[in-house]
Design a protein around this ligand. Sequence first.
Ligand code: COA
Length: 154
Amino acid sequence: MNIDFNQIKIIKAEKENEMHKKGIWVVYNQNIEFNLITTEPITYENHCKWWESVFEQEFIYIILYQSVLCGYIRLTKKRTRNKEKNEISIAISKKYHKSGLGTYAYSIFEKEMIKIGITEIIALTDIRNLGGQKFFEKNNFKKGYIKYIKKIKD
Ligand SMILES: CC(C)(COP(=O)(O)OP(=O)(O)OC[C@H]1O[C@@H](n2cnc3c(N)ncnc32)[C@H](O)[C@@H]1OP(=O)(O)O)[C@@H](O)C(=O)NCCC(=O)NCCS
């Protein structure tokens, strides 16, 4: 798909904006197969509960293409004992995957983060999410650590 990059914008999600709330839910479920934690779609009811408190620990931006919501970028602040870790989560509508839209939106987002004093961003992907890994590598994220998991009970 050919994208007009001048038509891409990112804006802060607004808690009271129903279009932002619903749009993020739609894009999230559309990309659920790439999710690290669960591949079960989330109900709108549960999404709304999450939405009520999430602004306290996250920056949430929505991606607009030609003024229509087509994705989101979240940055979750996770405090460890001596460091604050900022974890990114990005997803865009399937029809725009691999169009360059993600990279362009991310570059605007990164400039915003620099402006507000964020110095490091961490990205986690499922090991099978090769597209996600390639995306972060193309955007100059460096592989930091490898996590091993052993399931000892179903
Ligand atoms: C990850 C995501 C946001 C990337 O946005 P995008 O618009 O598709 O990515 P771009 O078109 O800007 O791609 C940039 C590079 O990433 C790689 N890439 C992105 N998606 C890919 C895919 N599905 N398969 C293979 N490579 C992919 C490509 O190498 C591409 O480089 P190229 O243009 O030189 O080929 C989008 O694909 C998405 O929403 N994926 C599902 C959610 C997800 O996995 N998020 C990441 C974990 S939080």
